[in-house]
Write a protein that binds this ligand. Sequence first.
Ligand SMILES: Cc1cc2nc3c(=O)[nH]c(=O)nc-3n(C[C@H](O)[C@H](O)[C@H](O)COP(=O)(O)OP(=O)(O)OC[C@H]3O[C@@H](n4cnc5c(N)ncnc54)[C@H](O)[C@@H]3O)c2cc1C
Length: 404
Amino acid sequence: MRVKYLIIGAGITGCTAARLLQLHGEHDVMILEAESEPGGLCRTKKIGPHFLDIGGGHFLCTRFPEVSEFIFSHIPRSEFCEFDRVSKIAIDGEIIDYPIEFNLWQLSVGKRHKYLDSALGAGEVQGHSQPVEFEKWIRWKLGDEIAEHYMLPYNRKIWGVEPDEMDVDWLSKIPRVDAQAILETWRSEKSARDRFPSHEKFYYPLEGGFQRVFDAICASVRDKISLNHPVTRLERRDDVWRVNDAIDAEVVISTIPWATIHTAEGNDLSLEGDISKLRWSSLVVSLFEENYSHDWHWLYCPDENISHHREFFIHNFARHSAPGGTYRETNVKRWKAGKGEIYSHTNPIAYPIPLRGHAGAAMAVHEHYAARRLYGVGRWGQHSYFNSDVCIHEAMLLVKHLLS
Ligand SMILES: Cc1cc2nc3c(=O)[nH]c(=O)nc-3n(C[C@H](O)[C@H](O)[C@H](O)COP(=O)(O)OP(=O)(O)OC[C@H]3O[C@@H](n4cnc5c(N)ncnc54)[C@H](O)[C@@H]3O)c2cc1C
């Protein structure tokens, strides 16, 4: 069997690429998906009366107008509710609004000054140059006190590796800490919402869960997906890629981690060092039933004495879900079935870890294979901490390149 475009993975990146090819009249497309259903990290399951996003907390928000236009041309904006983000941080035994630096005034009188001193005395505000090690970067960004009670433990929990093993290049889009704004919020006791780093507002579907976004994009390419069909072997033969010893593809678009592709291919040993830097972490999402009477969307939990790092309050952004549903995200290394947990889902590939040297390694691998018409795209193909909107955007760029 021969196809023009073979896509590995029926997540939002792979299905968007297929949809875009279709919109440009390219119908000779096949998508191979390892699991028994498509959607990847964008899946939702209805568990009892609760809609659970099994890939963790997913909200729609994008800075790319073309991505908004693409999504809303598949599912109307009127099928979403728009929210002003209400997220909280549990720090030092108290709960305050996110982001920490604009809400220090919410801490109790005995604590708030040490955190203000931390933020205002930090390296960035003092004009020191940016360190290249992640732990030092964290201390440089918001000072030792905030680093030790919030950012260091939180990052250890989410990534499951020591901060010193990680790079800082992926943080370049985080805005500068603005000392003036910190002081203004401190004096006025009002958060600076216009300076939120991201997701200040977000959309969430009025029915179902985040999967509605995926389903809308995927609907017209569903018949191109072959489920329960993992790619286990890729081999370059003349001008095609032979996939699983059965399908010849002129172009392969991969949306899965490179380490899984490389072992399948079993050659190009020169890339092994680079590929070993492209590691990921796994995540468990667990559902609970607990009453709450606040309006929070989610809570960051840096305390290393508890296993999860974030908790979501489903009914506060999905009113059609029953009251009292919460879910927690926990790195698989820290997870133990908790009391009251009524369902859990493990995502084997959840966060691409930005280990030292990952960006150069990803680029080297990408270029090597792109020259052979095997293109990596999306969160795994580019090994980048992309949200689904960025994955859509990257799929747009790739398809434009392929058709040019
Ligand atoms: C906790 C968490 C919170 C997030 N929050 C948000 C958010 O608020 N907003 C947002 O927009 N994005 C969010 N994201 C990011 C978003 O989930 C991803 O950017 C996006 O879903 C990635 O899509 P993908 O198709 O590239 O990868 P995936 O969704 O991982 O899809 C890859 C697919 O490939 C399949 N596959 C794997 N191996 C093989 C194989 N060998 N052969 C065939 N198929 C294979 C998998 O089964 C999967 O279906 C979040 C992610 C996480 C983990």
